[in-house]
Each structure stands twice: as C-alpha cells, then as structure tokens.
Design a protein around this ligand. Structure first.
Ligand SMILES: Nc1ncnc2c1ncn2[C@@H]1O[C@H](COP(=O)(O)OP(=O)(O)OP(=O)(O)O)[C@@H](O)[C@H]1O
Ligand SMILES: [Mg+2]
Length: 254
C-alpha cells in the first residue's frame, strides 16, 4: 500500500499540492487527472522524493518514507518513468536494461558466482526487451533510437527495477500515433501483475477510461474527486475541467 497523508507543498505563496490524503492499493491502476497546473506532476515529485514536502507524509507498506532521498525511495520500491533522464544515452539498449537488472539484483552478487549470475541478468534483460519489442534493437545506442523507442526503453528499465509502484506522468506525450498503442499495451501488461500499484497522470480521457480502475482528480492542489472511472468522468468537476472553462485561465501562477 502506498499512502500520502495531508501531503502539502508550498512554493512561495502558492500551495501546489494541498493536504492530499490518498491510499493506493496493489492491483489497482489509478489515473490522476486535472487541468494544467493542478499539481499532478508536483504530487508525483512529492511521492518520488524529487521535491520535499512542506507538510504531510508518504508511506509505503506502512513505512514512512518521507525523509528518504529520491534514490532511496527508488530502492524502497517506487519506480518512476522520467522523460528519458533514466537512460544512459551512450550505452546500448541491452546494457541500459542489464544495468537496471543488476541494480535490482543488488549486493547479492558474490565473486565466484559472478559469471553465472551475469548470464541470469542478461537473460532477464533480454526477456524484458522482448516484452517491450526492442529485442531486435538491443545493440543500438540508446541515444540513436527514435523517441518512441527511447520511451519503450525507459519502461523496460523501470520493469527491470521491478518496483512495487509504477508512476507514469503522461507516458504518451510527444509520441506519434503508431507509438502510443505500444506504450499503452505495456501498461496494460503491467496491470496483469496484481501485486503492483500503478499511478498514471494522463490528459487523454479515452486512455484514462480504458486503463484505470480508479480516478482521482486534482484541482488547484486539492483532491476534489476520487472514485470509479465512470462516476468520476461524469462528475461536474471533470466535465468542467475537460469540457468547460479554459483551465489555464484559473491557474495563473501567483
Ligand atoms: N519548482 C516549482 N517552483 C514553483 N512553482 C512550481 C514548481 N513546480 C510546480 N510549480 C507550480 O505548481 C503548480 C502545479 O504544477 P504541476 O506541474 O504539478 O501541474 P500539473 O498538474 O502537472 O500540470 P500539467 O497538466 O500542465 O502537467 C503550477 O502552478 C506550477 O507553476
Ligand atoms: Mg504535469
């Protein structure tokens, strides 16, 4: 279980995330929606430790992780896809994934078993690359891949880390129409593992409707709706945010 309790961050006079209390259970994909500037990415940053909360806490499996640095939260099981910043651009596709597999395997490597372990690690890396349809590009340099393939590689690295929580912030942004289904398929596959918590920030309502088990809505930093997709989508706050007023109008930074 991942839980935020009264999670808050203030930037100067602006409260970007305001006392958000919410729990996320394994086996559930929760979509986080809301207009531009609502605080979705900031909420992610608070959970993954990129920024420090002004107040409130984050806990994972009952353990308060609020004081942990971002890398330690990753080790605790929070997996966040960043817009390509997780990649080693000069390394090959397979090396990128193998390093993540190795990081996940951790300090358990003992010197005498290192070669056989390496085979295991490589096999696992190759298996993951197959899952994301990058096996045939395994020797390519990460930097040389088209954008869509880089995003797939990023998901592969995330899978290699085998996190308890997958966090995706607009995973299909900037992708061409034929690349979008590939990423959505990957997320769909991740859902099959019922032990994972998946958080998805997404503006495209058709994607949200199809993938999510639950939707929460952020608005001006507040959690304003939480429930089953059909109910939340039909609610006035979502109808207004997505079909009514121009969100930018209300969200000017102070
Ligand atoms: N580091 C920061 N310093 C100051 N203000 C910030 C910082 N990060 C975010 N903000 C502000 O906090 C608010 C929430 O931003 P955030 O990026 O979380 O919105 P969002 O819901 O992810 O929007 P979008 O849908 O456009 O990605 C905005 O008003 C933004 O300008
Ligand atoms: Mg955002």
């Amino acid at each position: 279980m991942l839980e935020t309790s009264e999670l808050t961050v203030r930037f100067g006079g602006h409260v970007a995330v305001n006392a958000v209390s919410c729990a996320f259970a394994p086996g559930t994909l929760t979509a986080i929606v809301g207009p531009n500037g609502a605080g979705k990415t900031t909420y992610f940053n608070l959970i993954s430790g990129q920024i420090k909360a002004t107040a409130g806490s984050v806990s994972l499996d009952g353990q308060d992780i609020s004081r942990l640095s971002a890398p330690l939260r990753t080790r605790a099981g929070l997996g966040r896809a960043f817009q390509l910043t997780n990649l080693f651009p000069q390394l090959s596709v397979v090396e990128n994934v193998r390093l993540a597999v190795q990081a996940r395997a951790g300090a358990g490597l003992d010197f005498f078993r290192i070669w056989s372990d390496r085979r295991d690690l490589l096999d696992r890396a190759l298996h993951i690359l197959e899952t994301v349809s990058l096996l045939d590009k395994r020797e390519a340099r990460a930097a040389s891949l088209p954008h869509g393939d880089q995003r797939k590689l990023e998901v592969a690295i995330l899978m290699a880390l085998d996190p308890k929580v997958y966090m995706f912030d607009e995973p299909t942004a900037g992708m061409s129409v034929d690349e979008v289904p590939v990423i959505l398929n990957l997320i769909r596959r991740l859902k099959e593992d019922r032990s994972k918590i998946i958080l998805l920030v997404e503006h495209k309502m058709d994607v949200v409707r199809e993938l999510s088990d639950r939707i929460i809505v952020l608005h001006n930093g507040h959690l304003v709706a939480d429930g089953e997709p059909e109910t939340v989508i039909a609610s006035p706050v979502v109808q207004q945010a997505y079909l009514g007023v121009n969100p930018e109008e209300e969200e000017a930074v102070a």
